[in-house]
Design a protein around this ligand. Structure first.
Ligand code: HEM
Length: 502
């Protein structure tokens, strides 16, 4: 065989190897032509400007609730109609996250957020009891202790002068997740400057930029760029910290187990009664990290050290960045709406010392905050088989994206959508479409930390409202940025003065 024949044969073999992908890409292109959407040039211009959220909002207004975007060879189909969102989130065939989430893998590996299919299902089953309501009730005490520290740290700012409250809130939220789900004392609030928090900020910024850049999406090149090096530096800080948390808790747990065994030997009878008290339906409930470590120690499910680190990375990130954003935006809105703040204050004052969960007006404020500033403004899934959504048959190989930020601005369910009005949820929630509000997603891949988040939000906001009055910084309007988790690009500035201190 001569050289040309060999080359022709190699091309033919390659062509056959990639024929299914080529045919599918052509199908994606045919489907994309049936949808409106921006040109590649428009995408590049808006990525450069860094105003993705405003641009998506503009596209929603221009094209309606379904449109498409090409990200390199990846076709993203964007949905924001509540009926479409209902179909998507309830669909058990949509359990794989889109390719975009792979950018998170150097950090979160195959943790619960990025994992898919059967492996995700096994982990979700294993982790769900870690957020059982009995466990959450044990979290209240450490949570309240951290609220007291937050209130006390803010004393230095209670002079009526405007400042950025966001750094105070992030450290509080980091301590809250570490001292509850992870079972270790972190004291980030008392150190006032956390390398971990800075590294999370770096990585969110870098990964957001990477996700909208064609060539930087390729990890082979990305790691050699300036941004790639910045990401790798942040990754070292993040992984060192999670490894430290795991090591610390493992040592404590082993000690506690030894002490427990000793006790059991001494008081066998008494212990039987005690064990019953700790049981829910015959099964002992353990907090998140203890459950992972004990499962590993007892060999119940195969869990390597890396598996545990991936979950701890995922929960440390999701468990503090989302709630910090929600608390800070809620305070910003309350500072600008004195009458809403007064009603919330009166509810918190009257219910002091009683069950914090029953604060219906504060709950409405939290939902209205998450409507306007959803901590996770959009999320996406990989379509593995052709699927019908409304009148569209989305082909296999496309990604679908739920634009929660736009869903929450649908004027049919939320008239005058930019107006902050907690009464929408306090008085009129039943009249809304059940999927008009989806800040915690819904269906099998909904937020596992939803109840934890509500507990933390209610606990912190009620403590803060009882202690301080919040006033706006008139020159400041938060600039929402969608860097994985919604942030304010210019901080959250306001001023405070004491009501009375706890
Ligand atoms: C205001 C607070 C929060 C909001 C708005 C929120 C929202 C969401 C949303 C929309 C998703 C779906 C994301 C996707 O499909 O890609 C999600 C997933 C998740 N959230 Fe949250 N979250 C919050 C707090 C928390 C907390 C406190 C934790 C942990 C303690 C947590 C842990 C997770 C995890 C692990 C997932 C992935 C679940 C899975 O795929 O099975 N979140 N969250």
């Amino acid at each position: 065989m001569n050289t040309w024949a060999l080359v022709a044969f190699a091309f033919w073999a390659l062509f056959l190897r990639y024929l299914p992908q080529i045919l599918n890409f052509l199908r994606l292109q045919r489907f994309a032509k049936t949808l409106p959407g921006p040109s590649v040039g428009e995408l590049i211009a808006n990525v450069k400007k860094g105003e993705i959220l405003n641009w998506l909002k503009e596209l929603r207004e221009r094209h309606g609730p379904v449109f498409r975007i090409w990200l390199g060879k990846d076709l993203m189909v964007m949905f924001s109609d509540p009926e479409d969102v209902r179909q998507l989130l309830g669909n058990n065939a949509l359990l794989y996250k889109s390719r975009n989430y792979r950018l998170l893998e150097p950090w979160l590996g195959k943790g619960l957020l990025t994992n898919g299919g059967e492996s995700w299902h096994r982990r979700r089953k294993l982790l769900t009891p870690g957020f059982h309501f009995r466990i959450l009730s044990e979290f209240k005490e450490p949570m309240e202790e951290n609220c007291r520290i937050l209130v006390s740290r803010l004393k230095e700012r209670a002079n009526g002068e405007a400042f950025d409250i966001y750094p105070y809130i992030t450290l509080f939220a980091l301590d809250a997740i570490c001292e509850t789900a992870m079972g270790i004392k972190k004291h980030a609030q008392l150190q006032s400057d956390s390398e971990y928090v800075k590294a999370v900020q770096t990585i969110c910024r870098v990964m957001h930029k990477q996700s909208f850049s064609f060539w930087q999406r390729l990890n082979i090149f990305f790691k050699y760029t300036e941004m790639g090096k910045e990401r790798d530096g942040a990754l070292r800080v993040l992984h060192d910290e999670t490894n430290r948390v795991i090591r610390l808790r493992r040592e404590q747990l082993l000690k506690e187990r030894e002490q427990q065994k000793q006790k059991e030997k001494e008081q066998e009878k008494e212990n039987e009664d005690k064990a019953e008290e700790n049981d829910v339906g015959g099964k002992r409930r353990l907090a998140f990290l203890d459950m992972l470590l004990l499962t590993q120690l007892e060999g119940g499910a195969e869990l390597s050290d890396v598996d545990i680190r991936e979950e701890v990375d995922t929960f440390m990130f999701e468990g503090h960045d989302t709630t910090s954003s929600a608390i800070a935006f809620a305070l910003s809105l309350l500072s600008k709406h004195a009458e809403v703040q007064q009603r919330a204050y009166e509810e918190a004052r009257d219910l002091e010392g009683r069950e914090k969960e029953s604060m219906p007006y504060l709950e409405a404020i939290i939902k209205e905050t998450l409507r306007l500033y959803p901590s996770v403004p959009f999320f996406s899934r990989q379509v593995l088989e052709d699927m019908q959504v409304g009148k569209h048959t989305v082909p296999k190989g496309a990604s679908i994206n739920c634009l929660i930020y736009m869903l929450h601005r649908d004027p049919v369910n939320f008239p005058d959508p930019e107006r902050f009005d907690p009464d929408r949820f306090y008085l009129n929630e039943k009249q809304m479409h059940p999927f008009a509000f989806a800040a915690f997603s819904a269906g099998p891949r909904n937020c596992i930390g939803q109840k934890f988040a509500m507990l933390e939000l209610k606990c912190s906001l009620s403590s803060l409202l009882r202690s301080y009055q919040f006033m706006p910084d008139k020159d400041h309007q938060p600039i929402p940025l969608a860097e994985l988790v919604m942030k304010s690009g210019n901080g959250v500035r306001l001023s405070i003065k004491p009501r009375r201190l706890n």
